[in-house]
Design a protein around this ligand. Structure first.
Ligand SMILES: Cc1cc2nc3c(=O)[nH]c(=O)nc-3n(C[C@H](O)[C@H](O)[C@H](O)COP(=O)(O)OP(=O)(O)OC[C@H]3O[C@@H](n4cnc5c(N)ncnc54)[C@H](O)[C@@H]3O)c2cc1C
Length: 396
């Protein structure tokens, strides 16, 4: 089965999308199944990992490879459990350093750790696997997770559906960037949550620096290309704005002297920047950002167009690079689960991180929160918090 595991982990492109590929995949997934094999007539049914047998190790299925899920997998003993991780990415992202990769202070590989390094059994133990897929539904009655392979940007396979039976399920699928339904955000802005976002930001920044230097380009267009706009004055937006202004002061002023006077950073925030922080810290951040040339604008974005955004007061802000960082909320996957919810729409858990209405289901990380009945506050969406809940669940 090794060839198959390597295939999904590395997403090695296969040139032709022939039925042979599909048949092989289907055959391989059926082979995983320890349940009764379906008759040939039922071939259209998704195959997968069937229920474990009484003498097998219990199977822990972890949905997500972020701070919470990876910390949990790291702490699980593969001698006691088979570990199966389902996630659309095969690495963990060290998010606090992501902003530094956008401007080249750090390289991308410095902030991404392969899951197989965090929990080696996942790529070596016979019953443990990593599947590059999104979980799409959870059938708590039959102890099954429904999944669909990730095929973004490849023509390797059509999305492939399969099921995994679990003995214990841990939902750690994180949160999703909020857009508040504002038109044009998804199409024109770049989020800052994944390594590919940071790569896109760096590429666009450098491209705009180059393009703005071509002869004959109108002044106005030059200014637009080099106007970097960050929406959202929370910790990520503030940190990224700071990184950008450092990059401008250190690198652009030294290496792109032709255009150095055209490049600017604007940070747009509806309320106060760093509103959840102590007043002293907030004042320090404002002073520091202003001193380093970041323009702070109080405003609410109502529309995003390809080259400018519109604020509710009607003013238009042209941009060459737009980074969107207005906080996070529950993902469509979490919204779709028929599980109890905590305030804010996260999956509701008790003090032991169990989803109390169903058996053998736990939830950790940004996708979960304590139920109101526990009397505990919903924990903040922070890596520091999620890194601690992983070991707590291992102990439970
Ligand atoms: C740029 C940035 C900087 C940050 N800086 C800090 C900081 O300095 N300090 C701090 O404490 N916190 C920081 N945070 C917040 C911190 O990163 C999050 O709180 C933390 O990542 C949450 O961990 P998690 O495991 O719950 O979710 P995530 O780390 O978001 O992981 C979720 C995982 O689930 C996967 N997934 C999503 N949907 C599905 C699905 N349907 N099926 C299966 N898998 C799925 C995702 O691909 C991902 O692997 C920062 C966040 C960002 C974006």
């Amino acid at each position: 089965m090794f060839w198959y595991r390597n295939l999904i982990k590395l997403s090695t492109p296969i040139k032709s999308k022939t039925p042979i590929t599909k048949n092989l995949l289907q055959a391989s997934l059926s082979h995983f199944s320890t349940a009764n094999q379906p008759p040939a007539s039922a071939q259209a049914q998704p195959s997968g990992l069937g229920p474990t047998k009484p003498h097998d190790k219990p199977r822990v299925v972890v949905l997500g490879s972020g701070w919470a899920g990876c910390r949990l997998m790291k702490g699980l003993d593969p001698k006691l459990y088979d570990i199966v991780c389902v996630s659309p990415r095969n690495h963990m992202v060290f998010t606090p350093l992501l902003a530094s990769t956008c401007v080249g202070t750090l390289e991308f590989r410095s902030v991404a750790e392969p899951i197989a390094r965090i929990q080696p059994s996942i790529s070596s133990a016979p019953g443990s696997y990593f599947f590059l897929a999104n979980s799409t539904a959870v059938d708590t009655e039959h102890h099954e997770v429904h999944c669909e392979t990730v095929t973004d940007g490849t023509d390797t396979l059509d999305p492939w559906k399969f099921k995994i039976s679990y003995d214990k399920l841990v939902i750690a699928s994180g949160a999703q960037a909020s857009t508040f339904g504002i038109h044009g955000v998804k199409e024109h802005a770049i989020f800052l949550r994944e390594v590919h976002h940071a790569q896109e930001i760096r590429r666009k920044l450098l491209l705009n620096l180059m393009l703005s230097d071509v002869p004959g380009l109108p002044e106005e267009e030059k200014r637009r290309l080099l106007h970097c706009v960050v929406v959202g004055g929370g910790p990520t937006g503030v940190e990224f704005s700071g990184e950008l202004s450092d990059f401008i002061r250190r690198d652009v002023h030294e290496r792109y002297t032709h255009v150095k006077d055209y490049i600017h950073v604007t940070l747009i925030e509806a309320n106060e920047i760093l509103s959840s922080f102590d007043d002293r810290l907030r004042r320090y951040a404002i002073k520091h950002l202003t001193k380093s040339g970041v323009r702070l604008v109080r405003g609410i974005v109502k529309d995003v167009k390809p080259e400018n955004l519109v604020l509710t007061d009607g003013s238009e802000v042209p941009y060459g690079l737009l980074v969107w960082s207005t906080g996070v909320g529950p993902s469509p996957f979490v919204n779709s689960l028929g599980l109890p919810k905590s305030p804010g729409g996260r999956i509701g858990v008790d003090e032991w991180l169990r989803v109390p209405t169903v058996q053998d289901v736990f939830s950790i990380g940004d996708c979960s929160g304590f139920l109101e009945s526990t009397g505990k506050p919903v924990l903040p969406a922070l890596a520091q918090v999620q890194y601690r809940v992983g070991p707590k669940l291992c102990i439970n």
